[in-house]
Design a protein around this ligand. Structure first.
Ligand code: MN3
Length: 210
């Protein structure tokens, strides 16, 4: 079964002024669509057609660059649209496990934000910034080049992404040009914390280990 481009869960202009409508339209309709189509072309007629995207990514070192680039691009953008919302921003609910884990693992929300912004701003060239939960349920921030992500067996540090930020120029250049730090700062106004919280709870379904 071919992978499907998901519909954007809000209108192209829903995240303005933080992310502009034209960027969203091209990003979803052209870039994400191309990753999806190219991934399907690369796996056509192979056993990978019967696998989940997570299974494909877990064995990416054995697969072609086309599958690595497009499989990563497919997964990463699926996550990206969902962890943003027009009603997003602020901080996670203080009662949520993700809020408690951020305080436990970073000391404070401000310190998490600082570390996340720093890995996004300093990722050279194209890539992604991530907030992940590791095997021990503890949170960490990391970044990856190109369309790689922490689910891949080639990752510097493996984990389950609960929040991801696209820092490719195609994600911000129309509105922010070379001002990547301003884009990262604006992203914090649209983070869908209930969805991030849900992903953290799903990844740690056995319960939070303090
Ligand atoms: Mn992108």
């Amino acid at each position: 079964m071919a992978f499907q481009l998901p519909a954007l869960p809000y209108a192209f202009d829903a995240l303005e002024p933080h992310i502009d409508a034209r960027t969203m339209e091209i990003h979803h309709g052209k870039h994400h669509a191309a990753y999806t189509n190219n991934l399907n072309a690369a796996i056509a007629g192979t056993v990978l057609e019967g696998q989940t995207i997570e299974q494909v990514l877990a064995n990416i070192s054995q697969l072609s660059p086309a599958i690595r680039n497009n499989g990563g691009g497919y997964y990463n953008h699926n996550l990206f649209w969902e962890i943003m919302s027009p009603s997003g921003g602020g901080e996670p609910s203080p009662q949520s496990n993700i809020a408690k884990a951020i305080d436990r693992d970073f000391g404070s929300f401000e310190e998490f934000k600082k570390q996340f912004a720093a890995v996004g701003a300093t990722r050279f060239g194209s890539g992604w910034a991530w907030l992940c939960t590791g095997a021990d349920d503890h949170l960490f921030v990391t970044s990856s080049p190109n369309q790689d992500n922490p689910l891949m067996d080639v990752a510097d540090r493996k984990g389950t992404p609960v929040l991801g930020l696209d820092v490719w120029e195609h994600a911000y250049y129309l509105n922010y040009q070379n001002r990547r730090p301003d884009y990262i700062s604006a992203f914090f106004n649209v983070i869908n914390w209930p969805e991030v919280s849900r992903r953290y709870n799903d990844a740690n379904a056995g319960g939070m280990k303090v």
